[in-house]
Write a protein that binds this ligand. Structure first.
Ligand code: SAM
Length: 278
């Protein structure tokens, strides 16, 4: 996969040269090119921003450097498949959520260009002009506002990159991750343990050292259900009940949840207690 990142702070992307993603780049699974947006400015101050039309606080990134940057980068297609159009990824808090499913979808593409916004964001026309030529994904990391897109790109490239074949030492380790199964089957991963068997007076759950793989799988599934109930109950409501066997349903019942009218919901008794309490 080829990744181009356009930013006014190329040094901010240095962590992409480290650890899993850095090693993948060394092995040429990934090719990451970072570009300084200011090389596509034409004034002596290398200006990339201006005041917003309509007034208001802050500055807006000018469309010209972005247009020229995308022209220059896309003029250099993939040598092995020159017909492939890149996908432009624009991190923005006003975008659609960046999820594990989106990471998996983007991991299938051969070429991604990331546009790191700063200030109040990028002039809309630059995004619209790009969308005339290539798929554009405007994606948000979450419901909070960062100072710039660089941190979002670090997150997205790591999430996408670790799904590429040959990046993780053991490809199976992505399979059991939280969210790996997609929105209709997503449970959070339960707790994990390693050696020593005793640490500061704390042991590990006995089942994990039993060698009984069926029982261990069941225990892990129960832990995943319990953690999802505790931390992200809204994920349960999205679960397809078809993915729940009778043991799952028994565990959920113990946690105050049940399958009702084809949906996973809190048991009526729990709802009743909540309503009385509030
Ligand atoms: N005025 C913009 C708004 O409220 O939508 C916020 C701009 S923010 C200060 C500057 C840049 O940080 C954005 O253009 C985007 O690149 C990045 N950014 C901030 N929050 C983000 C988030 N939650 N997800 C992805 N990118 C984000």
């Amino acid at each position: 996969m080829r990744i181009d990142v356009v930013t006014i702070f190329p040094e901010y992307l240095a962590p992409l040269g480290v650890s899993l993603i850095g090693k993948a780049a060394e092995r040429r699974v990934l090719e990451i090119r970072t570009h300084d947006l200011r090389q596509w400015t034409s004034d002596v101050h290398r200006t990339v921003d201006d005041s917003p039309y309509g007034g208001g606080p802050g500055m807006v990134m000018k469309p010209e450097p972005w247009g020229d940057a995308l022209d220059a980068i896309t003029a250099n297609p993939l040598p092995e498949s020159p017909e492939v159009a890149p996908t432009l990824v624009v991190p923005t808090p006003s975008g659609r959520p960046f999820t594990q499913a989106k990471a998996a979808e983007l991991a299938e593409r051969s070429w991604l260009i990331f546009a790191c916004g700063r200030y109040e964001g990028i002039d809309r026309r630059a995004i619209e002009a790009a969308a005339d030529r290539m798929p554009v994904e405007e994606l948000s990391l979450g419901d909070y506002v960062l100072a710039g897109g660089e941190v979002a790109v670090l997150v997205m490239v790591e999430a996408i990159g670790r799904l590429l074949p040959g990046v993780l030492g053991n490809a199976d380790s992505a399979r059991d991750d939280s969210f790996a199964a997609g929105p209709m089957e997503s449970l959070l991963e339960g707790p994990v343990y390693t050696k020593p068997a005793q640490w500061r007076g704390r042991g590990v759950p006995e089942i994990l050292t039993s060698g009984n793989h069926g029982a261990i799988a069941r225990w892990r599934r129960d832990q995943a259900l319990a953690r999802t109930v505790a931390n992200r109950p809204e994920l349960l409501a999205r679960l397809d009940p078809v993915t729940l066997d009778k043991y799952d349903r028994a565990t959920l019942a113990g946690l105050g949840w049940e399958v009702r009218d084809g949906r996973v919901e809190r048991t009526e008794a729990e709802d009743f207690v909540d309503k009385q309490g509030s």
